[in-house]
Design a protein around this ligand. Structure first.
Ligand SMILES: Cc1ncc(COP(=O)(O)O)c(C=O)c1O
Length: 395
């Protein structure tokens, strides 16, 4: 079946965090990471059938759920996992929080790389731990890892966990096997457990290759926990269903205990059906989505190059999130995002929420019909022009 990603669907008044935050205004929301596309038809059908049953009591997880997850890894990522390795949870962030609780004591430290998806910080600090930052090195067109700094930080006796984001939100990198091997070896050397957030694993653009962290070798498999979900891939974030995968039985026991303590383990009846339908029958939709997103990515890259040459957008290797360097405008990212919202009626994410290294950057979500993307970019252009005018007026 041919899907129409150009179709504009009104999401207002659907209790959407993305669209209903600015109710009453003509704001274009290009921030929170969900998509303005309907999901794959087999998923909608499975949910309709389940809804028609009419009874939504407590759920149990069927074998078909685990089989769908196992086969997806095998088919899409050539990585063999086993049903027993999977713990189900209500989201990747609840999972990270439970893992931090399970592997640390108050006052311990957790290593992350900055800029980074902001909820990593929250999961760490909410559990009484300190964040230790390995800043990614921005080299103009991409980001690289500072391995010396990483090793120096990982070697601290209080550092118990490293949370990796692969593919990376917000900078869009798909870490290479060679880069991850270096990180993995350092963590092993210093007894740091690796938690790999792979929620964006399926949204990788052609020419880039995603390597599951745990697939790199037995010792890394046993020293890691992988978090994932069908939510980013198939636009199912509201269904609150994700998986935690580890081959290490001791790790699984700890995580399971912690999930239970947090009551983050009760499955969602619709989430179960959606995951099974997505992983068994969603590939046709996903492949078309990836083509469309690649078109949007090329569109924003050329728009910025031609019409906003002072800004520098990083070409993402994965994700529908575009990281844009606006430092040449000379205003803080908080002020820039306020101007975009108030003067341009465009809501984006300001870079600073992803850490100090995000100052001067913005993150734009391009998972929308191209007409809306164009409209959003025109709003960005209009605000950037007015900033230029004010700056030249002030000279
Ligand atoms: C890297 C990363 N992890 C986790 C999440 C959120 O996961 P969940 O909604 O399952 O808690 C996001 C959402 O944008 C994300 O980008």
């Amino acid at each position: 079946m041919k899907y129409d990603f150009d179709q504009i669907i009104n999401r207002k008044h659907t209790n959407s965090a993305k669209w209903d935050t600015d109710n009453g205004f003509d704001t274009l929301p290009m921030w929170v990471a969900d998509m303005d596309f309907t999901t794959a038809e087999p998923i909608i059908k499975a949910l309709e059938e389940r809804a028609r049953h009419g009874i939504f009591g407590y759920a149990s997880i069927p074998d078909a759920y685990y089989e769908a997850e196992v086969h997806w890894w095998e088919r899409r990522h050539h990585f063999t996992i086993h049903k027993e390795w999977i713990e189900v949870s209500t989201g990747v962030i609840p999972s990270l929080s439970a893992i931090v609780q399970a592997f640390t004591e108050a006052g311990d430290q957790v290593l992350i790389q900055s800029p980074i998806y902001n909820y990593f910080n929250t999961s760490i600090t909410n559990n009484g731990c300190h964040v230790v930052v390995n800043e990614l090195k921005h080299n103009g067109d991409t980001y690289e890892i500072d391995f010396d700094d990483f090793e120096q930080k990982a070697s601290h006796e209080k550092v118990k966990l490293f949370i990796l984001c692969n593919p990376h939100n917000p900078v869009g990198r798909v870490w290479s096997r060679a880069e991850m091997l270096r990180l993995a070896e350092i963590c092993l050397r210093h007894n740091v457990v690796v938690v790999s957030d792979e929620i964006h694993r399926d949204l990788v653009y052609t020419d880039n290759h995603f390597t599951p962290f745990a697939s790199m070798g037995e010792e890394f498999l046993m020293n890691s926990i992988t978090c994932t979900a069908p939510s980013k891939t198939f636009n199912l974030a509201g269904l609150k269903t994700s998986n935690i995968i580890s081959a290490n039985e001791e790790f699984r026991k700890k995580v399971n205990r912690s999930l239970n303590v947090n009551e983050a383990i009760e499955p969602n009846v619709f989430g179960i059906e959606a995951l099974i339908a997505a992983y068994n029958n969603g590939e046709e939709w996903l492949d078309q989505l990836l083509d469309y997103l690649a078109g949007n990515r090329d569109y924003i890259m050329s728009f910025i190059k031609e019409r906003l040459p002072d800004l520098r957008a990083l070409l993402p290797e994965a994700t529908y999130l575009i990281w844009i360097d606006c430092r040449s405008l000379g205003i803080p990212s908080t002020e820039l995002s306020k101007k975009l919202l108030e003067e341009g009626q465009l809501r984006i994410n300001e870079g600073l929420i992803y850490g100090d290294t995000g100052e001067g950057f913005i993150r734009i979500n391009i998972a929308c019909p191209r007409v809306l993307l164009h409209k959003g970019l025109e709003r960005l252009e209009q605000v950037v022009k007015s900033i230029h005018c004010n700056l030249s007026g002030n000279l």
